[in-house]
Design a protein around this ligand. Sequence first.
Ligand code: TXA
Ligand code: MG
Length: 320
Amino acid sequence: MQTTLTNSAEKAAAILNSGGVVAFPTETVYGLGAGICHPQAIKQIFQAKGRPGDNPLIVHIYSVEQLADVADEINSDAQKLIELFFPGPLTLVLKKNRCVPDTVTAGLQTVGIRCPVNPIAREFLRLSHCPVAAPSANLSGLPSATSWEAVYEDLDGKIDCVLCGTPSAIGLESTIVDCFGPNPLLLRAGAITLEQLQAIVPAITTPAATDKGAPPKSPGLKYPHYAPKAAIILCHAHEKMIIGEAPSAYIGLSAPPQGIALIKICESLEEYGRELFSFFRRCDTEGIHVIYCELPSYQGLGRAIRDRLTRAANKENNAL
Ligand code: TXA
Ligand code: MG
């Protein structure tokens, strides 16, 4: 299959509307989209990514008015979060409307819904004839793609089109909050922080450690994620480490240990989040064997960065 590269949202939306699969930029990471009214294209998303069929897709809408097309019950907690954080890097899990096919939600009665704020994403979604189901636009298990070049590297020849925009401003996937269950739950940390969410809905909690062994609250949590080919070693600021002979890299906020070949020191958590996945990909291209990553604290965006780092480091333990 020939993959068209374009920076025209109009052209990309025309390909989507005729049943194609189109990668598009958002402020979090690039998404791999298909109209929810095109069952064959939805199937192709799973094939192109190598994604297990029991891992549901997030549905992207252009405006809050479109919510009624995809969700059935919107409780007062969800309402407050929508008012404050839509459009933006937040996904809400709500009761699905019957218009959303089971292939999108992997048979769940809920659906994850997001309204991105990136202007190219909004233009693309505005021109789409139906809501757009989209996971991150990377091969399953690899770091998410935060540039069109990264999408192209993973998916050239497997999808119809890449709508090329600028690199993702946030670089980490959206915060996911489950507003369907009895208590609102943070399913995935992201740029909308737990502190920001709890300021609006104090009852929001993270899944308890006692839930370990229970089926994951979000199906995607049981699959390996974000992992480059290089091994990840987590470290604390200024920790003394013995660096081996193999080519190694470091990313973090503080000065690295001695003897590292490729170094990325970030000036803020925002920069750390924005650069993390592209740094992982660069390390693989440059033949790095080990990446030392500084673990930030749980505060603010630190929680989301820690989550991605620990899951990337535990790739073997997370195996299917
Ligand atoms: O920022 C983002 O969220 C990006 C952009 C493209 O919007 N999308 C993204 O999608 O990260 P994906 O598929 O890579 O991650 C979505 C996660 C998966 O772990 C999936 O299992 C979970 O959301 N999910 C989707 N629908 C769900 C539902 N109804 N209930 C619980 N978890 C759900
Ligand atoms: Mg993903």
